[in-house]
Design a protein around this ligand. Structure first.
Ligand SMILES: [Zn+2]
Ligand SMILES: [Zn+2]
Length: 300
């Protein structure tokens, strides 16, 4: 079985990063022919292409971020990113969102002799947590952490979607994303009670690394971003070149603008942003180039 492991050690060094991708692109070219028409349409650049191939082949994309923290990511379910972050010294690990059941995640944790300490949920949308019950069953001591508002809204997510999006839209999504029926059928009770309700300003520790919790509502109430060692796990608050939708339950465009501008203001430009969907980016690139929310003006 082919396993795709990409080490993005020089992720900050763009030139090297692109060279590294070019090499993998050559190696992976034959697999591109395996993509179907829809997948090809979604291939916008090499990185995107590699992500899709990695998902097809069940491989983990391996990232590296700071010399002291290791990071692995896999795109799951509805193209939702799942991150496994761990301290190679203490072996303490945290999972940020689990968008689908992932056997390989369990293997990586087991083989790495990692102690799973936390599930850190960015918000209460099912596509970010549907895989939690399966993993939680294997690690009952790991603490499930999220914001209280996110947990409250999760309870009514399906009813809200049925009432507000309409059956037609949902049927269309079901067709577009074969995985979507799992979201619709997801029983929120299987998640179990959270162990910790996090809030803005809270700090949790992974080994010696403090993880700063930032409350960033807008896309959804109770959205949390996690900031650690120059990395930001942004959930659906901030994407590369985009921001989260604000047509959901308790979404607020005003809150979204405030939240994203706070990230621009408080975090250094070289902070690497790992979003809930799509590729990573940096605060600097978004602060200067994100047309959906600029530092001062909204261009939409
Ligand atoms: Zn979301
Ligand atoms: Zn999402």
């Amino acid at each position: 079985m082919f396993h795709l492991h990409i080490v993005f050690c020089q992720i900050v060094n763009k030139k090297k990063y692109e060279l590294c991708l070019e090499e993998y692109y050559q190696e992976l070219f034959p697999y591109i022919t395996m993509l179907d028409r829809n997948q090809r349409k979604r291939v916008r650049d090499m990185r995107r292409c590699l992500t899709i191939i990695a998902v097809m082949l069940g491989g983990f994309m391996e990232s590296c971020s700071s010399p002291e923290l290791a990071l692995k990511m896999q795109t799951t379910g509805l193209e939702t990113n799942c991150y496994l972050l761990y301290d190679p010294v203490s072996r303490e690990a945290a999972i940020i969102d689990v968008g689908g059941p992932i056997d390989e995640l369990l293997t990586v944790i087991g083989e790495g002799n990692l102690h799973l300490e936390y599930f850190l949920l960015t918000h209460g949308h099912s596509d970010h947590l549907i895989g939690v019950p399966a993993v939680r069953g294997d690690f009952p001591d790991a603490q499930l952490c999220m914001h209280k508002d996110a947990y409250v809204d999760l309870q009514t997510e399906r009813e809200w979607a049925m009432a507000n999006l309409g059956e037609e839209v949902i049927a269309e999504w079901m067709q577009q994303y074969p995985y979507f029926h799992k979201i619709v059928e997801f029983d929120v009770d299987t998640l179990g009670d959270p162990d910790v309700f996090l809030d803005d300003g809270d700090v949790i520790h992974l080994g010696n690394h403090p993880i700063q919790v930032m409350l960033c509502p807008g896309h959804a109430r109770g959205s949390l971003c996690y900031h650690v060692d120059g990395l930001l796990f942004s959930g659906d608050v901030l994407f590369k070149g985009s921001v989260g939708r604000v047509d959901g339950q308790n979404s607020s465009r005003d809150d979204q603008i405030t939240s994203v501008r706070r990230l621009y203001r408080e975090l250094p430009d070289d902070t690497i942003v790992y979003p809930g969907h799509g590729e990573s980016t940096t605060i600097g690139d978004e602060r200067t180039g994100n047309k959906y929310i600029t530092e001062t003006a909204v261009d939409l």
